[in-house]
Design a protein around this ligand. Structure first.
Ligand SMILES: C[S@@+](CC[C@H](N)C(=O)[O-])C[C@H]1O[C@@H](n2cnc3c(N)ncnc32)[C@H](O)[C@@H]1O
Length: 242
């Protein structure tokens, strides 16, 4: 797929996510102390709660959520991972082959704000650690919500696993310190990509609280939003219904 000129259709953060892949998974596991895998598995279980037939992993990156869902789902579940970073998608495809789930999932190059699917196509849209990229200081955020709603069937679910803000002030302060003193420098050294990990630490520190995300989802027209905090609220899973 050809990318339009940025001035015609800006693609926020695209440069970061095409540059990051070589050590993306390793850095993720280290900066989350290995918890990212567990959190994605919980998100995968949540995606499968309503026995969806078609699931989209939005901003699939190197495919971990798609692969987690594929491992847990029956072979009748149709899985699609979508991302605008070709290098991420190539890794996702290789990992799906290695995990033996390549027949259950396809990976598609595409833009979250112009999803290449018909209306009411998916029973569930899952997103792991890409929601922040699509909403925090992203002028295209409202379009992404409209697109997710468009491709979901009525009663379909949007399942979001993302970093959050712990409610307890002391834990929040410690979490922010951890982002600044551990995540940012370790990410920079291991990835060799200072811009990417400065952005990650900064956006996670300033990202919305769970109640703000809930309000955004309700304002975008979703209903019955509920939230489960993970590890004292440093991350969490939102579920919203169309
Ligand atoms: C932080 S990574 C998360 C990747 C993966 N879901 C995971 O759990 O590791 C964010 C992903 O979202 C993708 N992304 C960001 N903005 C996007 C957009 N507008 N359209 C499609 N993909 C996007 C990036 O390329 C990147 O792979």
């Amino acid at each position: 797929m050809e990318s339009p000129h940025p001035a015609q259709h800006p693609q926020p953060l695209h440069g970061i996510f095409t540059a990051v892949p070589p050590r993306y998974d390793l850095v993720n596991h280290i900066i989350t102390l290995g918890l990212d895998k567990r959190w994605r598995r919980l998100a995968a279980q949540t995606c499968l709660e309503n026995k969806p037939r078609r699931v989209l992993d939005l901003g699939c990156g190197t495919g971990d959520l798609t692969i987690s869902i594929a491992r847990l789902a029956g072979k009748d579940t149709d899985l699609t991972g979508l991302d605008y970073s070709q290098p991420m998608l190539e890794k996702a495809q290789q990992k799906a082959v290695k995990a033996g789930v390549q027949k259950l999932a396809r990976f598609i190059h595409g833009e979250a704000n112009r999803l290449p699917f018909p209306d009411a196509h998916f029973d569930c849209v899952g997103i792991s650690f890409a929601f922040r990229n699509l909403t925090y200081k992203n002028p295209l955020g409202p379009i992404h919500f409209a697109e997710v709603k468009r491709v979901l069937k009525p009663d379909g679910r949007y399942v979001i696993v993302e970093s959050s803000q712990p409610e307890d002030r002391l834990i929040r302060a410690l979490f922010h310190l951890y982002l600044r003193l551990f995540v940012q420098p370790v990410g920079i050294v291991l990835s060799g990509n200072p811009g990417a990990y400065r952005y990650l630490a900064e956006s996670a520190r300033r990202f919305y609280s769970s109640s703000e995300v809930r309000d955004m989802l309700l304002a975008a027209g979703f209903r019955d939003v509920y939230y489960s905090a993970l590890l004292f609220g440093v991350a969490g899973i939102h579920v919203a219904y169309k």
